[in-house]
Design a protein around this ligand. Sequence first.
Ligand code: ADP
Ligand code: ADP
Length: 217
Amino acid sequence: MITVDRLYVRYDDTNILEDINLNLPTGITCAVIGPSGCGKSTLLNVLAGLQKNYQGLVQINGANPSPKKQTIGFIPQNYGLLPWLTVKENILLGLKIKKEAKQGLPRNLVDNLGLSNLLNRYPNNLSGGQQQRVSLARAFALKADLLLMDEPFSALDAITREEMQDVFIDLWQKQKVSTILVTHYVEEALYLGQKIIVMTSAPGGIYKIIDNPLFSD
Ligand code: ADP
Ligand code: ADP
C-alpha cells in the first residue's frame, strides 16, 4: 500500500510538487505521465527515499520510504550503474545489500534480458540500451516490495522495447510487485499501467488518475 498525503516539494520559493495525494493498493502497476519538468522524477525520488526534502506524509506499507524498511527496486533515468563493477557485479549489487547474494545470478532473467554475453563487461563499454537492460536486471532480481522505474525503456529500439516490456509483464505476473513507471509514451502507459496518473504542468500536481480500461492481467 502506498499512501501519499498532501505531498509538497519546494526548491527555493518554487513548488515542484504541489498537493500530491495517492492511495495505491499493493500489487498494482501505475504509470505516471505528464509534461517534461512537471516533477515525475522528483515524485519517484521521494518514493525511493532519495529525496528527503519534502512536506507531507509518504508511506510504503506503513513506513517512510527507506532501504532499511522496504526493498525498493529503482531504475533511474541514467541507469544508476556503478562504472567500476562488471555487469554481473552490478546485477548482484542489490542482492548483496539485501544479503541474498548467495542465491547467485538469476540466470533466466539475465537470459531474457539478453545479458548473458555481457556479464564481464563494464558499463562504460555498453550501449545505452544495454546499460538500461542491466539496470532492469538489477531491479527485477530483487523481488522488491516496490519497483520504481523512470523511463526504463527509453534507450531501447522499438523491437527491444516491446521485448523488455514483455519481460516486465512476465515478472509482474509472477511477483505481483507494486510498480510505478514514469513514461513519456501514452501507449506504454496504456500497455503497462493498471492506473494512469496524469500530472499537470509545473508545478506538478495530479490532474487525474485513470483506471485503465485496456489493461489486461
Ligand atoms: P520530470 O521528471 O517531470 O521531467 P523533474 O522531477 O525532473 O521533472 O523536475 C521537476 C522540476 O524540478 C524541474 O523544473 C526541474 O528543473 C526542477 N528540479 C529538479 N531537481 C532540482 C534540484 N535539485 N534543484 C532545483 N530544481 C530542481
Ligand atoms: P533462478 O535462476 O535463481 O531460479 P530466475 O532467473 O529463474 O532465477 O528468476 C529470478 C527472478 O527473475 C525471479 O524473481 C523471477 O520471477 C524472475 N524471472 C524469471 N524468469 C522471468 C521471465 N521470463 N521474465 C521476467 N522475469 C523472470
